[in-house]
Design a protein. Structure first.
Length: 307
């Protein structure tokens, strides 16, 4: 495919301006309902957990309330664990894995940890099955001061008062085939840069923090998830998505430097899960189950480690 054909918006070598952003927005189609899929579930949890707002995302004439689920009887002496899903709205099992965990397993940790769950950080992107937000910004590169992404800024405002209390943060993601077919070409076009090819790993893997590696924590999660779905093997270069493997199914990223969600809490134990929903070896139910297994394993590790 030639440079002029690699993405249908923009001019090769030139970053997008307002006209190209408007073209991109016109291509986005609402495909599912945040209210029906996410808010309705969270509202049902209000009988068992504390449900509260941490703001809203507003785009044009659309407004999306942002909700969290918290443990009842919050105790300052207990370790606090943040679980986030849907930072990339198209990564479906992250959203539904967080909701499934709350519904079926969160009660088991009452009195052991304080849980704070934000199951769908990017509701517009969830509805449009998009990685970016309405402004063609990747929220998971925007967790930094003066964030350009409403979604990222809202979540940082939520967690800032709790800094120093977090023991762990588990951020639930997917790596999909559209990362190669849509997202990488789109980001290259948006930024006026060449499109770099990539290989999508077949299986589950984790991203640990290069500045604060916690191999035992990651290993506990990998072992639990391996009972639900397969772990991604190394590619031909001995790594995953351009990063060397440091253990089975584990790579490192510089979380804070890259503006990643998993770097916002200052917690000792942090991880980004990556499920592969396009594998012929995994069903949607297995992908959700893998996310739930990852959260439970991370929490069990925190409880057993004495924080």
């Amino acid at each position: 495919m030639s440079d002029s054909q690699f993405y249908p918006i923009g001019t090769p070598g030139q970053a997008w301006g307002p006209a190209e952003l408007a073209q991109w927005r016109m291509r986005q189609v609402r495909q599912r309902s945040y209210a029906d899929d996410v808010l309705s579930s969270i509202e049902r949890f209000a009988e068992r957990f504390d449900v509260s707002s941490y703001g809203e995302v507003a785009y044009a004439d659309e407004r999306f309330p942002l909700l969290t689920i918290r443990s009842r009887n919050w105790r300052p002496e207990l370790p606090t664990v943040l679980v986030t899903g849907g930072v990339h709205g198209y990564e479906t099992s992250g959203v539904h894995g967080a909701l499934r965990f709350v519904d079926e397993h969160a009660h088991a940790y009452a009195g052991r940890v304080n849980l704070l769950v934000a199951p769908c950080v990017s509701p517009w992107a969830y509805e449009h099955i998009q990685r970016w937000n309405f402004d063609a910004i990747d929220p998971n590169r925007s967790f930094r001061e003066v964030s350009p992404a409403q979604e990222s800024a809202a979540l940082m405002r939520l967690v800032t008062p709790l800094h120093g209390q977090f023991a762990a943060h588990i951020d639930l993601h997917e790596t999909t085939d559209t990362d190669a077919s849509e997202y990488r070409p789109a980001v290259a076009a948006r930024d006026g840069k060449p499109c770099e090819p990539c290989t999508i790993p077949d299986g589950f893997y984790l991203v640990d923090d290069a500045a604060n590696p916690q191999p035992a924590f990651q290993q506990a999660i990998i072992e639990a998830v391996a009972r639900v779905t397969h772990i991604a093997p190394a590619d031909a270069q001995g790594g995953i998505i351009g990063s060397p493997l440091v253990a089975q199914g584990v790579i490192h990223y510089a979380m804070k430097e890259l503006g990643l969600c998993a770097g916002i809490t200052g917690a000792r134990y942090t991880t980004t899960t990556e499920v592969y929903p396009d594998s012929h070896r995994a069903t949607p139910e297995q992908c959700i189950g893998a996310q739930v297994a990852a959260v439970c394993a991370g929490l069990d590790f925190v409880c057993q480690s004495g924080h």
